[in-house]
Write a protein that binds this ligand. Structure first.
Ligand SMILES: Nc1ncnc2c1ncn2[C@@H]1O[C@H](COP(=O)(O)OP(=O)(O)O)[C@@H](O)[C@H]1O
Ligand SMILES: [Mg+2]
Length: 164
């Protein structure tokens, strides 16, 4: 089954996007894949910072644009990737994704660029710009049956930010 269930949230500050990610982090488990989609400056790295902080990562989380992947250790391991520079899913082979996915939570900025190389089961988070400078719309798609089964818990966790 390939079900996708959708939530829409809004934030009005970088702190709120981090808090949204922190609330979501409470629901995460080893093996989870988060695909972050959105233009430059949308807030993908800010989201990851909030997520990592909530998982007890106590070092600075920076954009891995030039390193491709960073590994952080908190309550869970977080593999933080940015595949902006990759041009095709074929290039993703070098990332050893299956090993990463076996160990901790994997967060991939620009993950839509290598979507074909990713497992179906994923939480897809798309951040878009809102009307004001600090406004963001955060769309969450729970793709695949295991994520679909977690829809209710995730919706409850991020309830404060859900769009009407
Ligand atoms: N609501 C918001 N959510 C996230 N970032 C925001 C928000 N409002 C303003 N910003 C700013 O937008 C920028 C987001 O940058 P970053 O997280 O690096 O984006 P990306 O990784 O998507 O390129 C930061 O400078 C941040 O302070
Ligand atoms: Mg980034």
């Amino acid at each position: 089954m390939n079900t996708a269930l959708h939530l829409r949230a809004t934030t009005t500050s970088v702190a709120a996007t981090k808090a949204f990610a922190a609330a979501l982090a409470a629901e995460l488990r080893d093996g989870d894949l988060l695909v972050l989609v959105g233009d430059l400056g949308a807030g993908k790295t800010a989201f990851t910072q909030g997520l990592c902080a909530a998982l007890g990562v106590d070092v600075a989380v920076t954009s891995p644009t030039f390193t491709l992947a960073n590994r952080y250790e908190g309550r869970l391991v977080v593999n933080h990737l940015d595949v902006y520079r990759l041009d095709s899913p074929a290039e993703a082979e070098d990332l050893a994704l299956s090993e990463l996915l076996d160990d901790g939570v994997t967060v991939i900025e620009w993950g839509d660029r290598i979507e074909a190389a990713l497992p179906v089961q994923r939480l897809r988070i798309e951040i878009t710009f809102g009307p004001g400078d600090d406004d963001r719309l955060i769309g969450c798609d729970m793709v695949g049956d295991t994520w679909a089964g977690r829809f209710g818990d995730i919706r409850a966790a991020v309830g404060d930010w859900l769009a009407a």
